[in-house]
Design a protein around this ligand. Sequence first.
Ligand SMILES: [Zn+2]
Length: 250
Amino acid sequence: MPLEFLKRRGADSESPAKPAPAAAPVGLPEEVVAQEFQLKLHYAGKSTEGVRMRAGPRALAELPQMLIGYAEGDVEVVDPLPLEFAQAMPQIAHPSEAMQWVQAHQDLSPVTRHALVVLESIDAVDLAFDTFACALLDGETDTSGYPEYNAVVGGVASHWDEATGDMIVRAVVGWGGRGVRGDTDRIAQKLLAGILGNVLGSQHAIGLTAVDRPVPAAGRGGLVCAHCGFSSGHERAFYCPKCGMRLLRG
Ligand SMILES: [Zn+2]
């Protein structure tokens, strides 16, 4: 065995590659020809002020109804993400964050996943504390069910006001992809106004309010809800992001 090994090595070293012909020095051309590549992604969205709801956690069940007249297809409700998905981000170059994101959202419809990619990328929705009711609102989907770049998606997002425990609901719409069309912004604005009308029409609505978004705590684990078991990555002062009940500090 050792002999075979040596022999092979010897055989290799006895047949060296032919010496390369001496290359003439190549000067840099006066003009370098470059082949150009680019991808323009355009994501956009709009969000209204919040509408304060004095209904407590019961009002969560009514979120899908606020899309009546505007949803083209099913309304899907996305809950805030629990602690194990606290780092989830729709950015493929960050594998750990991307895997969390895919695991958290793999069972959602293509419309909702597209909406989350757009709205999370532009920071219009934050699932650390938002509950998001989402549908296709305008435009077409491709044969796989994913919205075209000019399709408008979205609906309403809600979170719990830390000061009062009221539910704050806002209309949120978004669109985007590999293209832009001039009239999408106008269509989105109309949809946003229509959905806000629905929210204000709710029996629980008590008026518009500035949206004061909760601030997620960096790196610390949050609290576990005694009511629904939800474990939040977000150090909330009082209210469970998922069910809206008061969190008990242990
Ligand atoms: Zn809860």
